[in-house]
Design a binder for this molecule. Structure first.
Ligand SMILES: C[S@@+](CC[C@H](N)C(=O)[O-])C[C@H]1O[C@@H](n2cnc3c(N)ncnc32)[C@H](O)[C@@H]1O
Length: 263
C-alpha cells in the first residue's frame, strides 16, 4: 500500500456505520452503489465470460439490482449475499416473475461464506472489498468457485499516491473505507496472491452522469433522486461535494474492473 494511505487505513468505516453509505442507500433510496453503475456490472460480466445457465455468487449484493439485472440480461442464476438485512429485504422484494427461481438472496459474511468448495461458476463483488479484509475475502471467493470459474470485481482504485489534501477530501466526502482502495496494479497483485490467474483489468474515471442515474435506478426512482438533489438542501450539498471530489481527485482516484480465473 502507498505510504500516505498506510497511516489512515486502520480506521475503516463499516457500511452499517458509514454515513455516506447510509445516505446513498437509505436516505436517497439509491439501489446501485458501486462506481460505474450497472454499465460497469454488464461490462464486468462480459469480461468474466458470464453465460446462460451459469450460477454466480454476488457478494455484498446490497439491494440486489445487479443480481436481478444479470439474471435478466444473461439468463444465468445468481445468489446474492450481504450482511445488511434491510438491503436483503429490499433485494427480495425486487424479485419478480421475470427472474422466476433464478435469483435468491441470503445473509452471509464475505469473510466466512457458508458454502462448500467449488459451488459456483463464478463470483463477483462490487464496491465491497474496500470494506473488508481484501485478501481473506478473495481467498473465500476462490474457495467457493469451481476451478476454471471466474472472479470479478468493481472497486475504487488509486491511480497514483494522493497528497494529504486529497486523502482528507475523499475521507470527508466519501468515507474512510474508500481510503482502503488498492492502487490499480495492487488489485491485480491481490488477485494473483489469492491464486487467481489470467487476471485482466481496466482502469476508469469516476463520474456522476444524470443518464447513469436513470439507467441504474429506473425513471421513477431516478426522478425522485433528481428532485432531492435539486430541491432538498442536504442531498444538494452532498451531491455537489461528490461532483467536486470526482473532479479534484481525478488524477488520483478512479475505479477498476478486475477479472481472473480460479485454478
Ligand atoms: C457500497 S455497497 C455496494 C452494494 C452492491 N454491491 C452495489 O453495487 O450496489 C457495499 C455492500 O457490501 C456489503 N458488505 C460489506 N461488508 C460485507 C461483508 N463482510 N460481507 C457481505 N457483505 C458486506 C454492505 O452491506 C453493502 O451492501
Amino acid at each position: 500500500m502507498m505510504k500516505g494511505l498506510e497511516e489512515v487505513s486502520d480506521n475503516l468505516c463499516r457500511p452499517d456505520e458509514c454515513d455516506t453509505f447510509q445516505f446513498m442507500a437509505k436516505d436517497m433510496g439509491l439501489k446501485v452503489l458501486h462506481p460505474g453503475g450497472l454499465q460497469s456490472t454488464l461490462d464486468l460480466a462480459r469480461m468474466c465470460g458470464l453465460r446462460r445457465g451459469m450460477t454466480v455468487l454476488d457478494v455484498g449484493c446490497g439491494s440486489g439490482t445487479s443480481a436481478t439485472r444479470l439474471v435478466k440480461e444473461f439468463d444465468c442464476r445468481v445468489l446474492g449475499v450481504d450482511v445488511d438485512r434491510e438491503l436483503l429485504h429490499m433485494a427480495e422484494a425486487s424479485i419478480n416473475k421475470i427472474h422466476e427461481n433464478r435469483v435468491t438472496f441470503r445473509y452471509a459474511d464475505a469473510h466466512e461464506l457458508p458454502f462448500e468448495n467449488d459451488m459456483f461458476d463464478g463470483a463477483i463483488c462490487q464496491a465491497v472489498l474496500v470494506f473488508t479484509d481484501k485478501r481473506r475475502v478473495l481467498q473465500e471467493l476462490t474457495r467457493v468457485v469451481k476451478p476454471g470459474g471466474f472472479i470479478g470485481a468493481v472497486e475504487l482504485a488509486w491511480k497514483q499516491e494522493p497528497p494529504s489534501s486529497i486523502i482528507n477530501m475523499v475521507q470527508k466526502v466519501l468515507c474512510s473505507a474508500s481510503i482502503n482502495a488498492a492502487e490499480h496494479e495492487e488489485w491485480s497483485t491481490l488477485f494473483h496472491s489469492a491464486g487467481i490467474v489470467r487476471v485482466s483489468s481496466e482502469l476508469r474515471d469516476l463520474a456522476f452522469e444524470i443518464r447513469d442515474l436513470f439507467m441504474n435506478e429506473g425513471i421513477l426512482k431516478g426522478l425522485k433522486a433528481m428532485y432531492k438533489i435539486f430541491f432538498e438542501p442536504v442531498p444538494r450539498e452532498r451531491m455537489k461535494g461528490m461532483r467536486e471530489l470526482f473532479k479534484e481527485s481525478q488524477k488520483y482516484l478512479g475505479y477498476g474492473l478486475y477479472t481472473g480465473r480460479v485454478t
